[in-house]
Design a protein around this ligand. Structure first.
Ligand code: NAP
Length: 263
């Protein structure tokens, strides 16, 4: 990316908007003075070099790229004219065509980062409208590469599926960690020891998976090969419906994403 990006993030005070702003600045993709962020309730102390405003049209007017990072239920009252600009939505469930129609632009990207943008480890699938230019796509790649890894996908259906798989993704290892934590405390481990143990297992697994980038089934098979305590646990968890519970959870997220777009 050689041209300077002028980026405005509506909802920049929020969790994801703030994480994306931080990652983009950290990676040098956007300079703080080219960044506009809007808030509704309270102005955060973060990013003092950026332009903070409650006026979303003022944000749009000074930006070439407008990112929508408000919760889906806060989007209908958002009145921004983005004519001639690239709009990137990170909102779950909202369709590409609706975003373009509402904000008066044909250059629209629907994306779905996740909370790990906070540590530059988000996986972000995205899809662009047909009028989106190659320069727009390069900017989108630069922003989401700064947040982790990104892929342009082939259909909005893929985005709806990935809304659960990766958009909610960090919540699932967190759910496993919470179940492990509860079990450890029930067993009688001191809570601070249990917390350090569980969090270290999760963090270590993440590093290993990132380094090896192996097929998940191969990783599990390597553990099963020992025929020891790990195999005893995995086989019991699977017999108790672990894989089915995950599949049903992901199906529920997929259905919810589609339903949110139909409202
Ligand atoms: N967090 C995730 O892991 C994640 C993952 C994938 C996708 N997303 C998507 O990202 C979007 C944001 O999620 P989030 O988790 O960052 O939510 P969040 O922390 O609640 O952030 C949303 C922010 O938008 C602000 N806001 C609402 N209306 C506004 C307006 N008219 N002008 C300016 N600011 C406004 C809110 O202000 P108040 O403080 O006044 O409420 C809040 O600070 C959602 O659409 C969600 O679907 C999030």
């Amino acid at each position: 990316m050689s041209a300077r990006l002028k980026l405005g993030i509506v909802g920049g005070a929020g969790w994801l908007g703030g994480a994306i702003a931080g990652a983009a600045i950290e990676a040098g993709v956007v300079h703080p003075q080219d960044l506009a962020l809007s808030y509704r309730s309270a102005k955060p102390d973060r990013f003092p070099g950026a332009f903070w405003t409650v006026d979303n049209q003022a944000l749009a007017d000074r930006s070439d790229i407008i990112m929508l990072s408000v919760r889906p239920q806060d989007w209908p009252p958002l009145d921004i004219d983005a004519k001639g600009k690239l709009v990137i939505s990170v909102m779950a469930g909202i369709r590409l065509a609706e975003v373009g129609e509402k904000h008066g632009t044909r250059r629209v990207v629907r994306s779905l980062p996740n909370a790990a943008a906070e540590v530059a480890r988000s996986y972000t699938p995205w899809i662009a409208s047909i009028d989106t230019t190659e320069a727009d796509r390069a900017a989108v790649r630069a922003i989401f590469d700064a947040c982790g890894l990104q892929d342009e996908v082939g259909s909005e259906r893929d985005i709806d599926y990935l809304t659960g798989l990766t958009g909610s993704g960090p919540a699932f290892p967190a759910l496993l960690a919470a179940a492990m934590m509860r079990d450890a405390v029930r067993f009688g481990l001191a809570p601070d020891v249990a917390r350090r143990a569980v969090n270290t297992v999760l963090a270590g697994t993440g590093r290993m998976l990132e380094r090896n980038d192996a097929e998940p089934d191969d990783t599990v098979a390597a553990f099963l090969d020992y025929r020891g305590t790990t195999a005893a646990a995995i086989e019991t968890m699977r017999k108790e419906g672990f894989d089915e519970a995950v599949a049903k959870g992901l199906a529920a997220a997929f259905a919810k994403s589609i339903a949110m777009g139909e409202k």
